[in-house]
Structure formats: structure tokens, C-alpha cells
Ligand binder design. Structure first.
Ligand SMILES: [Zn+2]
Length: 162
């Protein structure tokens, strides 16, 4: 049995006039994440982690932000396409661990919904998805509430060819 590990990172600026979407869940807040797609930093970090585990081209190479077909795109679609590429490479997801760094809003009420959504996108049970919501202790741009940053580690396992 062969395992591979991948890491993903993303950061998006918080701006007015955008909905806040994290892990595929709409979160009520006065600002949202700026981006060419829906700005979902959680799904982008997860996508890069699974692509990285399979040593595939990263999210920016697969879905360039100057390509109009990804404008306003549901990041769940991008993750779905990345999952197809990972499957073609012969791997499936074993588990992921995600750190979400945000000063505001408080994410604890939404963690279960995000976990369920990410698990269904990755085709794993929720127990194989960990989401930790943390702050930057008011340090730097994330700490000033100007951005949300996400880190993800993903373990892939070789798909059995039975
Ligand atoms: Zn992103």
C-alpha cells in the first residue's frame, strides 16, 4: 500500500460586497473573500493539497485566473475536477487536516457544516476531515481581519485495482 502526502496553502483578501464562502458553505458576514472564483480559500487549499500529494500541476496552473470560464466559479467544481485528476493518477484521499486562520467571523458554529461538505467533495466520511479554526492573535494582515488564510495537509492512498 502506497501513501503520499500533500500540502496546500491559500490566502484571500476580505472585501465588502462579496459573500463569504468557506468550505462550500455560505457564512453570514459583512465581507467576503476577493477572488476570480468564489474565493473559497478552504476549498482552494484542499485542492492544492490533493494535487500536491499526486505531484500534479497546482490549482493556478489547472484553473488560470485569466481564464473567463472560472470567473465566479463554485470552487467545489474545481475540487471535483482535481479529484478526477487524482483518481486518474491512481490515488484517493485518506484524510485531510485543515487550519483556517481568521480573526473574524467566529467559525465554530459552521465547522460541522464545512466538515460535512468537504468530506462529501473528497468522498470520505466526515471523521476523515479535520477543521481547526484559529486566529492570528491580532498580528499581521490576517490578525487585522484583512484576509483569511488556510493551510491543509492531505494524505492520499493508492487506489486498489481490484
Ligand atoms: Zn484561492
Amino acid at each position: 500500500m502506497s501513501f503520499r502526502i500533500g500540502m496546500g496553502y491559500d490566502i484571500h483578501r476580505l472585501v465588502e460586497g462579496r459573500p463569504l464562502i468557506l468550505g462550500g458553505i455560505a457564512i453570514p458576514f459583512s465581507r467576503g473573500l476577493l477572488g476570480h472564483s468564489d474565493g473559497d480559500a478552504v476549498l482552494h487549499a484542499v485542492t492544492d493539497a490533493i494535487l500536491g500529494g499526486a505531484a500534479l500541476p497546482d490549482i493556478g496552473e489547472l484553473f488560470p485566473d485569466d481564464d473567463p470560464s472560472w470567473e465566479g466559479a463554485d470552487s467545489g467544481r474545481l475540487l471535483g475536477l482535481a479529484m478526477e485528476k487524482v483518481a486518474e493518477a491512481g490515488y484517493r484521499v485518506r484524510n485531510v487536516d485543515i487550519n483556517v486562520l481568521a480573526e473574524r467571523p467566529k467559525l465554530s458554529p459552521f465547522k460541522e457544516a464545512i466538515r460535512d461538505r468537504v468530506a462529501s467533495l473528497l468522498r470520505v466520511p466526515p471523521v476523515d476531515v479535520s477543521i481547526k479554526a484559529k486566529t492570528r492573535e491580532r498580528l499581521d494582515a490576517v490578525g487585522r481581519g484583512e484576509a483569511i488564510e488556510v493551510h491543509c495537509v492531505a494524505l492520499l492512498m493508492e487506489e486498489s485495482k481490484s
